[in-house]
Design a protein around this ligand. Structure first.
Ligand code: NAD
Length: 474
């Protein structure tokens, strides 16, 4: 079920002289060898993307849209094959991998529609003059996608670029290359002209510093950690190249005293463990009104403890391993630090089992503000539950991190909701649900969570540039 791994440049698949192992995080077994791009491969990708852009920008929006829709249909048809490869390389339960494939297809379908809605505008002018604002594709995009959603993360970048009329060189995550490879296959089979989509792998720092420095690259699109995003933004600014940055999050969940305590606690515990917590919108810091704190934490801890951890290929599994070996020591250190500063580890807190990169579903109670986890995104299956006295206190805590990606609240009080909308500093606020975004809604952050939006009517903005045309009849 796992695909042959290749680079995809100028419409053809290629191996290289250097490769690296792709490992199943549930078993630690090698499942494939991934070719790494040398400088000459990157030069080929740049030349292909330049030519791809020349062709694709002159392709009608209708035809671009049709090609994207054909590719999305193929991805839906190949759902099972793609999902199996995602579970093998990433570890997530197959059920979740299947949903990811559909979500990836939905991103493409949304962007395909938006391809035909990149409207400009007419500005009133004196007789004999016409002012018109045109939206035009920005050029070659250098994009970098992470390992937490091997298919839907690349889909965001490729969908936006192709719908806007750009060509793209995507460096997808080395740990989880199959999702992006399946996407490239689908586009090849759907008849995308060579060079419009190019896929490379290798040394992330080497590839990004080389590509970003090229004149042809007109947008850097990145999803990943805030630290890497800040670095790439600095490099891009040296070339006056704009960036689209989807960075870390550390989502607060404000649970008010009027809510259905059991329902909120159960949904929180289930949602926290989705994708083993490796989601930038994962609900992590729960600020619960003190009147319901005991009931909420009892239900939450029980459900978290009951989470069935195992190989994602097993039907019963609710939570798989972390996607790579780096996460387990990071998570262990965060728990140890919180414990040392006075937090209670109500369940979990350590590696799970001997083989694979599993971490126990973990709940920390009464975590002091001085603990590292109150500022650092865990990106793993750890929840913090802290009591708060008032909504003021909860909002102050929610906003006390450098991040501002997703935020959640459980309440039905109109006055509370009004304040939450105005005062919680995030790009995506969800009330009475722990879903953060849909293809048709704009997704992105404020503060250190980055800038720019993916999805929604705003989703193509970063991939386009604005040209004002002044036409004088005289
Ligand atoms: P990391 O910071 O080393 O890498 C994050 C991602 O950036 C990876 O995909 C990596 O391949 C890529 N990367 C690293 N250096 C790069 C460079 N110089 N140029 C281009 N790409 C580069 O951390 P990690 O251990 O892979 O992941 C852990 C952290 O990453 C988490 O704490 C989380 O904050 C963040 N992350 C965020 C998302 C997200 O959806 N926002 C997804 C995955 C990881």
């Amino acid at each position: 079920m796992y695909p042959d791994l290749n680079l995809f440049i100028a419409g053809t698949w290629r191996k290289t002289s250097q490769d690296l192992a792709v490992v199943n995080p549930a078993t630690e077994e090698e499942i494939g060898r991934l070719p790494c791009a040398a400088r000459s491969d990157l030069d080929d990708a740049l030349a292909a993307a330049r030519e791809g852009f020349r062709i694709w920008r002159r392709t009608s929006p209708r035809e671009r849209s049709d090609t994207i829709l054909r590719a999305a249909r193929l991805m839906r048809e190949r759902q099972e094959e793609i999902a199996q490869s995602i579970t093998l390389e990433h570890g997530k339960p197959l059920r979740q991998a299947r949903l990811e494939v559909i979500r990836g297809a939905e991103f493409f379908e949304w962007d395909a529609g938006e391809a035909m809605r990149t409207y400009g505008r007419i500005i009133p002018a004196a007789p004999g003059h016409k002012f018109a604002v045109h939206h035009q594709p920005i050029g070659v995009v250098a994009a970098f996608s992470p390992w937490n959603f091997p298919m839907s993360q690349p889909a965001r970048k490729i969908g936006g670029a192709l719908a806007a009329g750009c060509s793209i060189i995507l460096k997808a995550a080395e740990e989880t290359p199959a999702g992006a490879i399946h996407i490239a296959r689908a586009f090849q089979d759907a008849g995308l002209p060579p060079g419009v989509l190019n896929l490379v792998f290798g040394d992330p720092a080497e590839i990004s510093s080389y590509l970003i420095a090229q004149d042809a690259v007109r947008l850097v699109a990145f999803t990943g950690s805030t630290a890497v995003g800040q670095h790439l933004t600095t490099v891009a600014s040296g070339h006056m190249t704009p960036v689209l940055m989807e960075l870390g999050g550390h989502a607060p969940v404000i649970v008010c005293e009027d809510t259905d305590v059991e329902a909120a606690a159960l949904s929180g515990a289930v949602r926290k463990m989705r994708n083993a917590g490796q989601v930038c919108t994962s609900p992590t810091r729960f600020f619960v009104h003190e009147a319901i704190f005991d009931d909420f934490s009892k239900t939450f801890v029980k459900r978290a403890r009951e989470t069935i951890v195992g190989n994602g290929l097993d039907d019963a599994t609710e939570m798989g391993p972390c996607a790579n070996h780096r996460r387990v020591p990071v998570l262990t250190a965060l728990v140890d630090d919180a414990r040392a500063k006075g937090a209670t580890v109500a369940t979990g807190g350590a590696r799970h089992g001997e083989t694979g990169y599993f971490f126990q579903p973990t709940v920390l109670l009464n975590v002091p503000d001085t603990a590292r986890i109150m500022q650092e995104e865990p990106f793993g299956p750890i929840a913090v539950l802290n009591p708060v006295k008032t909504l003021d206190h909860a909002i102050e805590q929610a906003n006390s991190v450098p991040y501002g990606l997703a935020g959640y609240a459980f309440t039905n009080r109109a006055d509370y909701i009004d304040r939450l909308i105005d005062e919680v500093a995030v790009g995506n606020l969800s009330i009475n649900t722990l879903e953060a975004s849909m293809p048709e809604t704009p997704f992105g952050g404020v503060k250190s969570s980055g800038y720019g939006r993916e999805g929604g009517a705003e989703g193509l903005d970063n991939y386009m540039t604005i040209k004002n045309v002044w036409h004088s009849a005289r």
